[in-house]
Design a binder for this molecule. Structure first.
Ligand SMILES: [Zn+2]
Length: 438
């Protein structure tokens, strides 16, 4: 397949320029002011759009195996492609958990049948129970580069310490869902005046911040590496930024919902707004947006968490936590990047949607063992052709009935957004064109 993207704004790691991009046989073969179309090339007019490295999601719950009614690897990959993603990291809180070589291989094999690259995060502990370490070395030998018990955090500091010591020589990173269960237990939204008024039990910000603090100290002790998943409070971000200034190997992501919704959204008792960690205060949202604009975040990661309607339609305090993310993450990130009427910075946008997450997941280089291509690179000749085209002008409305995910649990139904993925080229193939699956 030969594709010629015409006159888009090509977004590099430091600057942008209007150019044509020629893709052939899985690679970018030329980037120039104007390129004569080779015979048989399909031309796509992308004037006014941003052209950058394909998005990488560090945090996708694909639900397979175990809860295929909510999502499968295949349906999740389709939703991801529509959202502009060329690579997804599948989280291990499936049923059973991805805590061994056989299950990791199963997901990798299924992922290889989709147009995207599906990487796997393995569990830190057996069964994600937080008691005994999972066989990290065996999974790392399969190409697993991130390990997490996400859904819950590793509660036992001595187990987390051992996991960090064990992971370090393997060159892999541990990713933490930061919530101290003894503080968060029973809570269904942020603890504060709003939860008191609604009569709901809260999950305090401190439940998250204590674990961030603990893990920063464990990184200092062990020389290990931690990625903080879906941080949601101003203090969490400040602690990570300070640790990084000290030279500790810590990275972090924020989810689109924590950048665009606050705790008051829970007032209607609609469980679509229930998520862990919970939606926080307006002050936290403002701090997260500022951190995004200041370049303090490695990634915006979706925490795409599909749930079947039978579960999610329950009462607020009984429904499972989590919301869809893949199909509107780019537009929400674009919204969060626009401060005070200013335009969003396209370089920062691709930093958090592609370059940063590819670096954290170690997807920058092609890896033959797990058959994935290279992600998060520059838009230059020779790179693997994983490209996303984003139109920052397009206005559209989210409709839960038009999602490609099997689930419908989006909190943004009916919300009007600005900016949309128009084209996704994954591994050299045109997967999404004019916003629709090819
Ligand atoms: Zn989580």
């Amino acid at each position: 397949m030969t594709l010629l993207l015409r006159q888009g704004l090509v977004v590099g790691p430091t600057s942008t320029r209007v150019a044509d991009v020629l893709v052939s046989e899985g690679r970018i073969v030329d980037v120039a002011d104007t390129i004569d179309p080779p015979r048989g090339a399909r031309e796509i007019d992308v004037r006014g759009c941003w052209v950058g490295p394909g998005f990488v999601d560090l945090h996708t719950h694909l639900r397979e195996p175990g809860r295929e009614a909510a999502e499968t690897i295949e349906s999740g990959a389709r939703a991801g492609a529509v959202g502009g993603y060329c690579a997804l990291v599948a989280m291990p809180n499936t049923e059973p958990a991805l805590d061994n070589v056989a299950l990791v291989s199963y997901v990798l094999d299924k992922g290889a049948q989709t147009p995207l690259d599906i990487a796997v995060a393995g569990a830190i502990s057996q069964g994600r129970e937080g008691r005994h370490l999972a066989p990290l070395a065996e999974m790392a030998a399969l190409g697993v580069r991130l390990f997490t018990d996400d859904g819950t955090g590793v509660q036992d500091p001595s187990l987390m310490r051992r996991a960090l010591e064990y992971a370090r020589p393997l060159g892999v990173r541990l990713a933490q869902h930061c919530e101290d269960e003894s503080l968060a237990a029973g809570g269904s939204m942020n603890e504060g005046v709003v939860s008191s008024r609604l009569g709901l039990v809260g999950r305090p910000a401190l439940a998250e911040e204590l674990m961030v603090l603990r893990d920063i100290e464990l990184v200092r002790l062990t020389g290990g590496a931690v990625h903080f998943l879906h941080l949601s409070t101003a203090r969490s971000i400040a602690m990570v930024a300070a640790a990084r200034r000290e030279g500790l190997d810590v990275t972090c992501e924020v989810a689109p919902h924590h950048l665009t919704l606050d705790e008051t959204a829970c007032a209607g008792f609609d469980a679509a707004f229930k998520v862990h960690p919970p939606l926080r205060t307006a002050l936290d949202v403002a701090a997260l947006r500022q951190a995004l604009r200041d370049g303090l975040l490695d990634a915006v990661a979706t925490d795409h968490a599909p749930h079947s309607p039978e579960l999610k339609d329950r009462a607020f305090d009984e429904a499972p936590a989590g919301m869809l993310g893949l199909e509107h993450a780019a537009a929400l990130t674009h919204e969060a990047l626009r401060g005070d009427g200013a335009d969003a910075d396209p370089v920062r946008f691709f930093d958090v949607m592609s370059r940063g997450p590819a670096r954290v997941a170690q997807l920058r280089a092609r890896d033959a063992r797990v058959r994935h291509s290279a992600h998060g690179g520059d838009v230059v000749a020779g790179e693997d052709a994983n490209l996303t085209v984003f139109d920052p002008r397009e206005r559209w409305s989210v409709s839960r009935d038009q999602m490609h995910s099997r689930a419908r649990n989006t909190p943004y139904d009916g919300r009007s957004l600005v900016g949309r993925v128009t084209t996704t080229i994954a591994k050299g193939q045109l997967v999404v064109h004019e916003g629709k699956l090819v």
